[in-house]
Design a protein around this ligand. Structure first.
Ligand code: ATP
Length: 903
């Protein structure tokens, strides 16, 4: 673990701290040194190092009550075998050991696979940090930051480790650490005396966020040695709670386990009472049967398969540009009922272009621009931070790039040449404007302001015309407002440009008054091509799409209707109106409003809360520092991987690497598909286990009647313990895993969202599984009856052959259930060949069954005897009764559903 290398760096000089942690305040650490320190101290992560060696993880697979039961059974039968003279090979013991080992290896491999997937995701989702190494700026994963690293911090950054400021000044939001709600000013000056964490103004702390300013700082502590790490250690383990799905599966396992213990006890008692137990070996056989039954009935592979399914799903999502940070979010995604999305860049392309300019001369396109229009564009370009890129194009905020591009197109640069920028206030979503103060050798200094028209116009006193500046009276103003509304109704983003030609000492707020309006510029930002289809897909899936934007309400509703979010002409709810509502009024308003405009980040949190008050499962996008609370509060916080800040990435559950709305819908689809496949393998596993248990249970009860008798005429159990273990191994290994890899159903996005808290297994599904299990058991017992003398059907086979046949029928029936279990109501023939894995797994299982019936060594181990071709045919026909019966039930359910839909 990293050591806090300096004691109380906040009171020491920056230079002193630098030498204490052996770093250079200009060049930072050498890359090799940073790597060595990372090796020595471990990753910068908030958890104790818990690298459990592989052998211990493998051993932990054996720590399971069922395994204890099996091992105990193995020991007992070994003792019995040696007590009875150690004849031949103790096959029971061998089979049990193979089953135990196979299950352990399978569980181990699956667990490792999902752990690796999660670790890979965590690396992808990790926040990055800007550090200076070898004198150059580098972006590294926050995990890799080491003591002595020289951090470069700027607005929107998440502070990766505790660090001592070297130069610069900034404000940090430290609420997560200290509870202080307003950002705290930080500067490099050392403290005169030691202070509490909240007052250490020369330090920044891991887990906090930079809201404003820039600075460089030397890392003094990482991982669990940071202040946040100390708190985490105090609070105890950072283990995450089980997710609702995991809890449900665990509960299911317990219920089935208890049920099965009951059944096993009854079976053992029945056999002991009705059958002739004459030797130690007989007694051990009965015991083994009970154990095998217990093992067969508990779907022990369930948790492991579930984590593999989830892990494979998140890997697929990552390939499709959605990085989910934890497996639990997959469940939540599958239940999402509202998606709140930013407009610019997520629903639209964020490729702005100036298409209309409104001035005192009227409205014109760039091609028809008057001198006034060109001046408006030029001073708008002056009031921006975008710059010329290496390739001669422009880089920066797309809105500002659009001004520079238009200026070049209109050849308007000359109108502002010679101006030198001396001060500026950058754009923020709160102020909704940007100002630049510029001086000129021959002309008066100018303050240029561009921003949202409502904000800028409120600060204008005059309007520029070709004849000079005139007073902006109410009549001219309403004329302008009407022109702005027309631009906004066309879906354009609107910005007003104004200047003040009086000398002002800075660009600060109190100087942004008494401005002269040059004009209003309309920018087009077309919707993303795929967004419209994605909105429609979400709506068809019962998911409401809500658009949230800082733009003008008319722009917002125009774009929203172009995308199909609302019908044309629907008004947007503006931030100002939202501010006036109390929580109850807002909760009522969100029922109808799907477009929110002129929204400030704090409104987003209220919108999330209001939607959640209706029981909605809300996905919310965000990119800025101020979006973090809304992202945390949403059920699924979605951060923008390209445009977003590190703070937003950290607060989110999912990161979109392409910033695209369609990717959110795709992720929801994936989430639903994963839940669907979990349901599928639950249906298969429980139904088939139930079939095995019922076959043995009812078989034991009816043994005498069915003719299940040994050579000396005593009644015996229908299947042997080894045979039950074999079936279990066969179904749990391949087919169960393959069922969970089924391609997603095509009607996935036509269903309503799943209500959170609804059980994975519905009543209809329970009935279906009980039905399938009963039919399987019945068919197995009919096989006995057919092969053995006695019962309803006359037969003439010996006990071993009859058992082999019934055993084979049960296996084949099981394999057909794997196909049938893919849907509760759809025909098994529907997309029968859609899953090559399933066919492969079923083919392999069948081959193994042929081997167990025909290979002499397996005949001996499993007490089977070879079947003739005719007997195989009989087995196949009998087994096929199972899928036929399921098919009939499905047809009944479908016609019932159709009737319900009509009525
Ligand atoms: P979202 O991404 O949530 O949809 P937005 O990008 O639409 O939000 P903001 O970026 O907050 O919203 O912009 C709000 C308003 O501020 C815009 O309608 C525009 O008038 C103005 N504006 C946007 N960018 C700038 C800028 N760089 N300089 C000045 N004003 C701007």
């Amino acid at each position: 673990m990293a050591a806090a290398a300096v004691t109380d760096p906040s009171t020491r000089d920056a230079a002193e701290v630098a030498s204490a942690v052996a770093t250079d305040v200009d060049r930072g650490l050498a890359a090799a040194e940073a790597a060595a320190r990372l090796d020595r101290d471990g990753p910068n992560r908030l958890e104790e190092e818990r690298t459990v060696p592989a052998w211990r993880r493998l051993l932990s697979q054996f720590a399971d009550p069922l395994v204890y039961l099996l091992l105990a059974a193995a020991v007992i039968s070994l003792v019995a075998w040696s007590a009875e003279g150690s004849d031949g090979v103790p096959y029971d013991v061998l089979v049990i050991m193979v089953v135990v080992l196979a299950n352990a290896v399978l569980g181990f491999v699956q667990e490792r696979r999902s752990a690796q997937a999660v670790a890979a995701l965590q690396r992808m989702a990790a926040a990055n940090a800007a550090v200076i190494r070898d004198g150059g700026l580098a972006r590294v994963p926050a995990f890799d930051v080491v003591v002595g690293d020289l951090l470069v911090l700027a607005e929107g950054d998440a502070v990766p480790a505790d660090a001592r400021l070297v130069d610069g000044a900034l404000w940090a939001a430290e609420a997560s650490l200290t509870g202080e709600s307003t950002p705290v000013a930080k500067s490099p000056a050392p403290l005169a005396e030691p202070a509490e964490v909240g007052d250490r103004t020369s330090m920044v702390f891991a887990g906090t966020a930079i809201t404003r300013g820039t600075a460089r700082a030397i890392v003094t502590a990482t991982a669990m040695d940071t202040e946040t790490g100390r708190v985490a250690r105090l609070l105890g383990a950072t283990e995450s709670d089980p997710t609702p799905l995991e809890r449900e599966i665990a509960r299911l396992g317990r219920v089935l386990g208890l049920g099965v213990l009951g059944i096993a006890a009854v079976v053992i008692a029945t056999v002991a009472l009705t059958q002739d137990i004459s030797s130690l070996q007989d007694a051990v056989d009965v015991l083994l049967l009970g154990v095998a039954l217990a093992v067969a009935a508990v779907p022990e592979g369930l948790p492991a398969i579930m984590s593999v399914v989830l892990a494979l799903g998140v890997q697929r999502m990552a390939r499709r540009h959605a990085i989910v940070k934890d497996l639990a979010s997959v469940e939540t995604l599958g239940s999402a009922s509202v998606i709140c999305s930013d407009k610019t860049g997520t629903l639209t392309q964020n490729r702005m272009a100036v298409t209309r300019i409104v001035t005192a001369d009227g409205t014109a396109s760039p091609a028809e621009a008057s001198r006034l229009a060109r001046e408006a564009v030029a001073f708008g370009a002056l009031a921006s931070d975008a710059t010329v890129a290496g390739d001669g194009g422009f880089e920066g905020d797309p809105t500002e790039v659009a001004f520079l591009e238009a200026e070049r197109e209109l050849e308007a640069e000359a109108l502002r040449s010679g101006f030198d920028r001396v001060d500026s206030v950058a754009f923020s979503s709160e102020r909704r404007r940007m100002s630049v103060l510029a001086t000129h050798d021959d002309r008066a200094d100018v303050l240029a302001v561009k921003g949202a028209p409502d904000v800028v116009l409120a600060r204008c006193a005059r309007l520029r015309t070709t004849e000079g500046d005139i007073v902006l009276d109410p009549e001219r103003r309403s004329g302008l407002d009407a022109a702005i509304d027309t631009l906004a109704d066309g879906g354009m983003r609107t910005l007003a440009v104004a200047v003040r030609e009086a000398p002002a000492s800075s660009a600060q707020e109190h100087h942004e008054v008494d401005l002269t309006l040059l004009g209003v510029v309309g920018l087009e930002d077309p919707p993303r091509d795929e967004a419209r289809a994605a909105v429609a897909e979400a709506q068809a899936a019962g998911i409401r799409v809500v658009m949230i934007t800082g733009d003008h309400p008319r722009t917002a509703s125009a774009i929203a209707s172009q995308l199909g979010i609302v019908p044309p002409g629907s008004p947007a709810l503006a931030g100002a109106a939202l501010s006036r509502m109390d929580d109850a009024a807002l909760a009522a308003a969100v029922e109808d409003a799907s477009v929110f405009a002129r929204v400030a980040p704090e409104h987003k949190l209220r919108i999330v809360d209001a939607l959640q008050a209706h029981g909605e499962v809300v996905a919310m996008t965000g990119d800025g520092v101020n979006d973090a609370p809304a992202l945390r509060s949403a059920d699924i916080g979605v951060a923008m991987g390209r445009g977003g800040t590190e703070v937003a990435r950290e607060a989110a559950n999912m990161i979109l690497t392409d910033d695209d709305f369609a990717t959110i819908v795709e992720a929801v689809r994936e989430g639903r598909g994963i839940l669907d496949n979990i349901t599928r393998f639950l249906r298969f596993l429980i139904a088939s286990n139930l079939g095995e248990v019922l076959a043995v249970f009812i078989g034991v009860v009816l043994a005498g009647w069915l003719g299940l008798r040994n050579a000396s005429g005593a009644v015996v159990a229908p299947l042997l313990a080894t045979q039950i273990l074999w079936i279990n191994l066969l179904t749990d290994l391949g087919p169960a895993l393959a069922v969970s890899a089924e391609p997603y159903a095509d009607d996935l996005m036509e269903r309503r969202p799943r209500r959170p808290g609804t059980p994975m297994i519905s009543r209809r599904m329970w009935t279906g599984m009980a039905f399938t299990g009963t039919v399987m058991a019945a068919v197995t017992l009919v096989t006995f009856d057919l092969f053995l003398p006695g019962g309803l059907l006359p037969g003439s086979s010996d006990l071993d052959t009859a058992r082999t046949a019934a055993f084979t029928v049960l296996v084949i029936a099981n394999l057909t259930v794997a196909f049938a279990a893919r849907s509760e109501t759809r025909s098994t023939l529907h997309r029968l060949f859609s899953n090559p894995w399933l066919w492969g797994a079923v083919g392999l299982s069948l081959a193994l069954q042929v081997a167990v019936v025909h290979l002499p060594v397996l005949n001996e181990a499993f007490s089977t005897s070879p079947l003739s071709l005719a007997q195989w045919g009989a087995c196949a026909v009998l087994a096929l009764a199972v899928p036929l019966a399921i098919e009939a039930r499905k047809a009944v359910l479908r016609s019932r559903d159709r009737a319900a839909a009509r009525g």
